[in-house]
Design a protein around this ligand. Structure first.
Ligand SMILES: Cc1cc2nc3c(=O)[nH]c(=O)nc-3n(C[C@H](O)[C@H](O)[C@H](O)COP(=O)(O)OP(=O)(O)OC[C@H]3O[C@@H](n4cnc5c(N)ncnc54)[C@H](O)[C@@H]3O)c2cc1C
Length: 587
């Protein structure tokens, strides 16, 4: 066969191609030794559990790298279309996806991403799979896919919410469809909450619910509806005459297909033309006397919906961590090969230093998401208020931190590939586009910072947070780690004082400081986890011990310290009225 490459390389004076063609690892789990060590920490006396988790994740890491990764660019470039009418003019609102979308979905659902934690029997196991292992699997998946993980995560968490709150009859009707590994039998889930009035201010919801004999009927518009073709939808609506705000909202389950086989009456008006997550369908929906099941009790609708939001926030935070990891992979593989000024980029001091920052931030986000998943398991197991509060706090911290840093890392990795990073032939542009939405949905950075504030103020979360960190530090025995451990203890005291001071401030000051405090608290938690990990590597005489220690040290100086310094700045920088009032001159 004629080969242009062979011909070119035979030519005297031929130079190796100046643009590297990096080869991703063929297994996202096996290639990620840091993930392996951080995860191993959670299986101290459970060799069988650890062996099972390792085997599963090793197999799944191969599927993600070898099967999901090659499909995602095609799915992204050939997004779904909406066919609203059939040839006789009847409304059908059918979504048409590229086969690559279905193939990725089939891989995700048949490997249990939505089902494994919601029931027994996954791969012969008696108990449901832990959140820890499930989220580790999501982390591997989302390094390749930034779109289909959205429907998968909503299906997973909708099932969790139904298991918590739905009547036995309702659960019985849908559980096996939601958790099946058979893609052709699968029911997928969605959450239609955001209306034109605002996704942050859910209390402004205008959709109305009217009780009928067998059902409730919902009428109103939902403005952002991902997985628009879902089989089951959780949504909020206000019964006529109910209280304003979130208190008056009921939680409803809307099936796409009614028990008699007919299609429920709601319309997909159009699909969003999105910056990212383009493989997946997000639409605008109108409920028109749409039949829905009430999830009781009526007056706790919003509280129950927050379980859904909390779970999908955790998925979002995991996606943020996955974006960091993918950014590190892309930048490292590129930097090793690409030469500039006669040397590979990775040997240039500034490039290497910036890449090392990405590496440790990725370590920190990985440590944080594993801890958040573990704390959710603890909360489910113990069912105590303390465990629930700590879990909720950690999810909010992770969501804010990892989604934000995931975007920054995706942007940096794009810059590190230079002009090619900006070109859609390479994965960086998609990574950046997909990472951006993680900040927005399930509540932006400001909203999750308010959630942190709420847990501190109303649920007294600080002592729980501080105790978790102190316990972690108390277990560190390596003599060489006394200084960093003491420094971290001082940091805990410092942040504790800031929290106390802040809670005594007026609400406006609290809100302004909240995102900075949340980021510092997330970073402090991550710093403690990284030093604990270094301790375990040292104790086990793992050959990665020096590397883990360096990661903890760099993270402390480069990330945590500046955030703590920032916390000490005065919150009030003066009046904003003059500044904001003159952006557009008054007529
Ligand atoms: C691609 C995509 C898919 C989506 N899919 C879904 C879905 O499936 N289901 C669903 O329910 N929603 C979905 N959303 C909607 C998303 O959750 C909302 O966009 C988000 O919650 C923000 O709401 P909003 O757009 O109305 O912005 P607003 O609520 O108007 O907020 C605008 C900005 O102001 C900030 N803000 C609001 N209040 C305050 C305050 N008091 N102080 C400081 N800052 C504040 C917010 O953080 C935000 O950054 C999706 C969004 C996108 C982009």
């Amino acid at each position: 066969m004629h080969s242009f490459v062979a011909e070119a390389t035979d030519t005297p004076g031929y130079l190796a191609h100046p643009i590297p063609e990096p080869v991703l690892p063929d297994n996202f789990y096996r290639a990620d030794r840091t993930l392996q060590r951080l995860l191993r920490r959670y299986f101290p006396n459970q060799p069988e559990e650890w062996a099972w988790a390792k085997d599963f994740l090793t197999e799944w890491g191969g599927v993600c790298a070898q099967q999901v990764e090659p499909l995602i660019a095609t799915a992204d470039k050939n997004g779904p279309t909406l066919r609203q009418f059939d040839r006789r003019g009847d409304r059908v609102d059918e979504l048409i996806f590229h086969p690559a979308y279905h193939e990725i979905s089939r891989l995700a659902y048949s490997n249990g991403l939505a089902g494994m934690s919601n029931g027994p029997g996954f791969r012969g196991r008696q108990a449901p799979t832990s959140q820890l292992v499930k989220f580790a699997a999501m982390y591997l998946f989302t390094q390749a896919d930034g779109s289909i993980s959205c429907p998968v995560s909503m299906t997973d968490i909708l099932t969790r919410v139904l298991k918590m709150y739905a009547s036995p009859a309702l659960l019985d009707r849908y559980l096996s469809g939601l958790t099946t590994l058979d893609y052709d039998r699968l029911l997928t889930g969605a959450m239609f909450m955001t209306e034109k009035t605002g996704g942050s201010d859910v209390g402004a919801t205008t959709t109305v619910a009217v009780p009928k004999e067998e059902w409730w009927e919902l009428s109103g518009d939902k403005w952002f509806c991902s997985n628009a073709g879902a089989d089951l939808i959780l949504t909020l609506a206000r019964p006529e005459g109910a209280a304003p705000g979130t208190r008056g909202l009921g939680l409803f389950l809307v099936p796409k297909i009614l028990p008699d086989g007919s299609r429920n009456s709601y319309e997909i008006n159009r699909l969003k033309d999105k910056l990212g997550t383009r493989a997946m369908a997000s639409g605008e929906i109108t409920f028109r006397q749409t039949k829905a099941y009430l999830i009781e009790p009526l007056e706790r609708g919003f509280v129950m919906m927050m379980e859904m939001v909390n779970g999908t926030r955790l998925h979002s935070g995991v996606a943020g961590a996955a974006n960091l990891r993918r950014a590190v992979l892309e930048a490292t593989l590129h930097g090793r090969e690409r030469k500039s000024f006669g040397r590979p980029l990775i040997e240039q001091p500034l490039f290497a230093d910036q890449l090392a920052d990405l590496v440790v931030d990725s370590d920190a986000s990985t440590a944080l998401f594993l801890e958040a998943a573990y704390r959710l398991d603890q909360s489910d197991r113990r069912q105590t208020t303390e465990a629930k509060v700590l879990s909720r706090l950690l999810i909010a911290l992770l969501k804010g931190y990892a989604t934000d840093h995931g975007v920054k890392a995706a942007q940096k990795a794009l810059e590190m590939r230079g002009g090619n990073g900006y070109i859609e032939d390479w994965p960086n542009a998609r990574l950046l586009r997909d990472s951006l939405v993680q900040i927005i949905w399930e509540g932006g950075i400001n909203m999750v910072a308010f959630e942190v504030l709420r847990t501190l103020e109303r649920e007294n979360a600080w002592p729980l947070y501080a105790a978790a960190l102190q316990n972690e530090l108390a277990r560190i025995q390596s003599p060489g780690l006394t200084t960093p451990v003491n420094s971290l203890k001082i940091c805990i005291e410092l942040v504790g004082r800031e929290v106390e001071r802040l809670l005594a401030q007026p609400r406006a000051t609290q809100e302004i400081v909240a995102p900075h405090l949340a980021e510092a608290m997330a970073s402090l938690y991550a710093a403690v986890l990284l030093i604990a990990n270094a301790n375990e590597s040292l104790t086990a005489q793992d050959q990665a011990a020096r590397r883990d220690l360096e990661s903890a040290r760099r993270y402390y100086t480069r990330f945590l310290q500046p955030l703590l310094e920032n916390l000490k700045r005065p919150a009030n920088a003066g009046s904003v009225d003059e500044l904001l009032g003159n952006v557009v001159p008054a007529e």
